[in-house]
Design a protein around this ligand. Structure first.
Ligand SMILES: Cc1ncc(COP(=O)(O)O)c(C=O)c1O
Length: 432
């Protein structure tokens, strides 16, 4: 084959060092290191012997504007403990969208509840409130509304429907810290809001971490206790102190003082991180919006999108090549952009095969629940379509101007030489 212009055909790539769609390094500044060093020097490293976690919780509650914040050691732990506090279990199903990270579904399974998928709104990529209502069963205990990629979900409708049917609302804000819906921060609309501080999120607590927020004092106390082995706060036994009494199935999901110290210092800079992401997204949209075959993400007029990732679409009919072929060509140019979940969660093997606990199909099929949900293609057609079209481009706050220019140049280079890519993919995909 003669050498083409595109790097995938042997041409010069736009950049040598591959840029990933999410950061692989945290933004660690001097103040983070000083904060961590201070805790290390104190030698009081765990939540139970230090005030740091409590300080972080207070700052976080103030930032989100909720009454209570409970720190845990991951976003998955936050979701699990929130669903546990909401009393979900094997007799219930919990509604969730399938265009999400598998952790949303795993937290439901960890509680032995049955995941019940409802389709998304293809413009926001978030749970469609009408689909949510259609999926409610007499056994539905909760809904997890995910704010995907940083775009707030339609919380007014979701909360209204949930109240009508007596369903608990848990918000999965892992990708959307600081996002707003009608002027209020996400995490404040549902009964419980869950956040992640994993390395590639807007802010991190040393690589892993999470938080649950709520305005409900009873739920807050339950979350705090379940995340610490269901340790009681009062003892019914005169001879036994409360810290030796355990009232249910609990976990050790405690955040450490070291993690919390970094959380405090990152939280101080969070609004700056978010503004840079929004500025980067604006630049990408301005640069890409007139390209036929690429659709920039929609920004809801009543929301503030915080761009954990920049979820563009590659429209095959207009572009002439698939999202995957486009992504392969972009990778060769030095920009690693991907579909978020090429297999939507409801079509993952764990669901299709109902791969449950101890080689059984529990909790998917279980006598306490009764009904048998089936996870198959066609269950959520809009999410299935989106999973073949979305292309996540880098947008994070540590990108330089040159990095952003490379992203745009890479996309434009492929579009301008699309025939070269079409010829190549026709050869690759044609039958032998
Ligand atoms: C939508 C969503 N939910 C939940 C999680 C789980 O968070 P963590 O990785 O902190 O457990 C993540 C993050 O990875 C996520 O993106």
């Amino acid at each position: 084959m003669t050498k083409g212009v595109l790097a995938i055909n042997g041409g010069e790539p736009i950049r040598e060092e591959v840029l990933s769609f999410v950061p692989v390094e945290a933004d660690v500044e001097k103040e983070d290191i000083e904060a961590i060093s201070e805790v290390l020097s104190s030698k009081r490293l765990s939540q139970l012997v230090s005030k740091k976690v409590n300080d972080f919780e207070e700052s976080f509650a103030e930032y989100i504007e909720t009454k209570h914040a409970i720190a845990v050691n991951s976003g998955t732990a936050a979701l699990h403990v929130a669903l546990a506090a909401a009393s979900t279990g094997p007799a219930n199903d919990v509604i969730l969208p399938p265009y999400t990270f598998v952790a949303t579904a795993n937290a439901i399974l960890h509680q032995s509840a049955v995941p019940n998928f409802a389709d998304i709104d293809p413009s926001t990529y978030n749970l469609d409130p009408r689909e949510f209502e259609k999926k409610i069963t007499p056994k539905t205990k909760a809904v997890v509304a995910v704010h995907m990629l940083g775009q707030p979900a339609e919380m007014d409708s979701i909360v209204r429907i949930a109240e009508k049917h007596n369903v608990v609302v848990v918000e999965d804000c892992a990708q959307a810290i600081g996002a707003e819906y009608r002027g209020n921060k996400v995490g404040t609309f549902g009964d419980l809001g869950c956040f992640s501080f994993y390395l590639n999120k807007h802010m991190t607590t040393g690589g892993e971490g999470g938080m649950v927020v709520t305005d409900n004092g009873e739920l807050a106390q339950k979350v705090r206790s379940i995340a610490n082995h269901c340790r009681a706060t009062t003892s019914p036994y005169p001879q036994v102190p409360a810290h030796n009494v355990y009232w249910g199935i609990g976990y050790n999901y405690r955040m450490t003082a070291v993690q919390a110290s970094m959380g405090i210092s990152q939280l101080r800079r969070l609004d700056g991180f978010i503004e840079r992401r929004r500025r980067n997204a604006k630049y990408l949209t301005k640069s890409l919006e007139n390209i036929s075959g690429i659709r920039p993400p929609f920004e809801s007029p009543h929301g503030k999108h915080v761009y954990w990732a920049y979820g563009a679409l590659v429209l095959q009919r207009e572009m002439g090549v698939s999202r995957d072929d486009f992504a392969r060509a972009l990778l060769a140019e030095g920009v690693k952009a991907e579909g978020y979940c090429p297999i939507p969660v409801h079509l993952q093997d764990v669901f299709k095969l109902k791969a449950g606990y101890g080689d059984t199909t529990f909790p998917f099929d279980n006598p306490l629940y009764g009904g048998k949900l089936i996870y198959e293609k066609g269950l959520c057609p809009k999410a299935e379509k989106l999973s073949s079209q979305d292309l996540l481009l880098p947008v994070y706050h540590t990108l330089t101007e040159d990095d952003l220019t490379d992203v745009v140049t890479g996309v434009k280079k492929i579009v301008e030489n699309i025939d070269e890519l079409k010829d190549r993919t026709e050869v690759l995909h044609s039958p032998p």
